[in-house]
Ligand binder design. Structure first.
Ligand code: NAD
Ligand code: UDX
Length: 593
């Protein structure tokens, strides 16, 4: 068997950078080579330097240990794709800014771009893994693009079929031109048959799980003569059926030599490349990422579960098997779950929606606590003790931020609307509305306590990232709060232990009207320490729950502030009684102090 297995990540961001590093770290160096590519030279240079582009506890050690051994960062997409056996697509999927579905639908242009690149470059069969969070059935679109390429190569090789195939080619390319085609057209009620292009081997109308037993490929795969029990260097998989994570019969398929597929792929490399290109096969898997920023390395080393979605065809099951074996190097088998492609894609959106929904639920109750005199921390504790509810993700806050929750819920809302489920869409939309309401109520409280005018007042903001232990500011509640205070003509002094000055100014610029940008920048001072930021200030606002904010000398801080000195605790991390004793006027989310 030819090793190492070449794994390529397209997209060296939070997910691509961290998950590739952990994979390289946990797989044997001589067996698995991981190459991470990005179009951004700046980012790749940073990954190859001492100053990594992202901050995650534990990441630097792993990257330094593996880089140059079995972990490589490059902008050379062509060579990396060409050499790869498995490709993880880990590019961004932000919310669309314009056109159909603007403000809700996922913008899949980066995913499409990556798929087109794979189609253009690949000369041999590969497994393509959706690592990015994508709407349901995106795998279908990736397949269309990859198969279009295959078709166009067949076309050039078989001039006899020229006129016949030409229609197919142009149809398939048209249909793959826009990744959101399927959703837009379901809005317009175009017939589903229109989507059966390019020899899709799935039945559009039916869930492929129900079709398993009617699938010839699948039944063939059950033929015991096709099963070999070659020993392999990877762990065996005999506990699969016990864990009930596989479909009926699938465990037999999984007993095959783990790298049979790869062997096939690698052997093909030695044959005539042009001919191979027309017959190369792309199997698409869904393998969503559940890491949280700030704890990414721990989450990747010890995940609650790993999902591998695939078509229940012979090839699909083989590809699932391969990825399963790769993850088995460090993840207990019972935590690696295989399922259908569409369930896997939807599970990612569903998990984020459920987590965000808990935060919005507790934040809704926090607003009520502020009025009736209850304490949200006590209410949260009492509810969390019920094992059916559980205590995690019940911390009231100034609202959830981060690159995923809002984007993924909007994506879910869009899907529901497209499929004519307005009640379901409204239900999930309320999670986002509540998040916005929580921020607004907090800002109104600040204004109210500061005598309804901030003009000329100096306000200190502790923390700018969307949560502690990351320098990511995407959708950070701090941005909304700072922009609202700037509108009130306050002078803002910001301190964050990790977020750079450039990033803060960038976020303010992005959120300012062009005519207000200069004024906003001149009214914002970025400080090097919490003490500097609070000096001669009227109020402190805790926006991020960085540990260092809990251990500051608040007596010193108070002594150097304007009086009356206010503290607004948006994260419930401070000792409010102690602060009151020092002399602060204390306000906190979800309680009356
Ligand atoms: P990111 O913006 O940090 O990184 C994406 C990278 O892809 C960028 O560096 C960009 O330059 C690169 N890229 C874009 N197009 C490319 C192309 N054609 N070829 C090569 N590189 C290209 O994004 P992220 O936070 O890593 O998120 C990636 C995906 O993972 C998203 O779908 C996101 O929803 C999902 N996700 C993110 C998190 C998280 O905590 N950030 C967690 C789970 C899932
Ligand atoms: C989230 C999901 O948790 C993760 O599984 C997915 O892969 C990506 O999206 P992330 O956004 O990195 O991860 O961080 P998370 O810990 O979920 O926090 C999101 C936001 O919710 C932060 O602003 C955090 O401060 C806030 N939050 C979290 C609360 O306000 N209260 C809580 O109880 C938990």
């Amino acid at each position: 068997l030819e090793t190492p297995i070449n794994i390529c990540f397209i997209g060296a961001g939070y997910v691509g950078g961290t998950s590739s590093a952990v994979m390289a770290y946990k797989c044997p160096e001589n067996m698995v080579k991981v190459t991470v590519c990005d179009i951004s030279h700046e980012k790749i240079n940073a990954w190859n330097s001492d100053k990594l582009p992202i901050y995650e506890p534990g990441l630097e050690d792993i990257v330094k240990k593996q880089r140059g051994k079995n972990l490589f960062f490059t902008t050379d997409l062509n060579s990396s794709i060409d050499a790869s056996d498995i490709i993880f697509i880990s590019v961004g999927t932000p919310t669309k800014k314009k056109g159909f579905g603007a403000g809700q639908a996922a913008d899949l242009k980066y995913v499409e771009c990556a798929a087109r690149k794979i189609a253009q470059i690949s000369k041999n069969s590969k497994i393509i893994v959706e690592k990015s969070t994508v709407p349901c059935r995106t795998a279908e679109h990736i397949r269309t693009i990859l198969d279009s390429n295959k078709l166009s190569h067949k076309q050039t090789l078989s001039p006899k079929n020229h006129s016949k195939n030409n229609n197919n080619i142009s149809n398939s390319i048209n249909k793959s031109n826009n990744f959101n085609y399927y959703y837009y057209n379901s809005e317009l009620n175009i017939k589903n048959e229109d989507f059966n292009v390019n020899n899709f081997n799935i039945n559009y109308h039916n869930d492929n799980i129900n079709n398993i037993n009617n699938n010839d490929d699948y039944n063939n795969s059950m033929d015991s003569s096709s099963i070999s029990n070659n020993d392999s260097t990877l762990t065996d998989i005999d506990s699969c059926s016990e864990s009930n994570t596989f479909y009926q019969g699938q465990e037999q398929e999984l007993n095959k030599s783990i790298f049979d597929d790869l062997l096939e792929i690698k052997l093909k490399k030695n044959r005539n490349i042009e001919n191979e290109k027309s017959s190369c096969h792309f199997e698409i898997l869904s393998n969503p990422e559940f890491l949280s920023e700030g704890t990414a390395i721990n989450d990747l080393l010890y995940p609650d579960r790993v999902l591998i979605g695939g078509l229940q065809t012979k090839e699909g099951i083989k590809a699932q098997n391969l990825l399963y074996q790769l993850y088995s190097y460090w993840i207990p088998k019972e935590k690696i779950i295989t399922m259908s492609l569409w369930s896997s894609e939807l599970s990612k959106l569903a998990a984020n929606a459920l987590l965000a929904q808990r935060i919005s639920s507790i934040n809704a109750l926090s607003a009520l606590c502020e009025e009736v005199g209850a304490d949200i921390q006590e209410v949260s504790y009492a509810c969390g003790l019920d094992t059916r509810i559980g205590s995690k993700f019940l911390n009231a806050s100034i609202g959830f931020g981060g690159s995923c929750f809002k984007k993924d819920i909007l994506n879910l809302v869009y899907l529901c609307n497209v499929f004519k489920l307005p009640e379901v869409a409204d239900y999930w939309m309320q999670v986002i509305k509540m998040n916005e309401y929580r921020k607004t109520k907090f800002i109104k409280n600040i204004l109210n306590r500061l005598f309804n005018t901030l003009s000329g007042k100096s306000i200190t903001v502790f923390g700018f990232s969307f949560k502690k232990n990351t320098k990511d500011t995407r959708e950070s509640a701090a941005i909304t709060i700072v922009m609202a205070l700037l509108q009130e003509n306050a002078i803002i002094k910001i301190y964050d232990p990790k977020v750079t000055k450039e990033q803060i100014y960038y976020d303010i610029k992005e959120n300012s009207d062009p005519q207000e940008f200069n004024e906003n920048i001149s009214n914002t001072i970025i400080c090097d320490s919490a003490y500097d930021a609070a000096h001669k200030s009227d109020a402190i606002i805790i926006c991020t729950e960085w540990d260092e904010f809990t251990t500051l000398n608040y007596q010193n801080i108070y002594n150097n502030m304007n009086k009356p000195a206010f503290i607004f605790d948006g994260r419930l991390i401070l000792n409010h009684n102690k602060l009151k004793k020092i002399g602060f006027i204390v306000e906190a989310i979800g309680k009356k102090i």
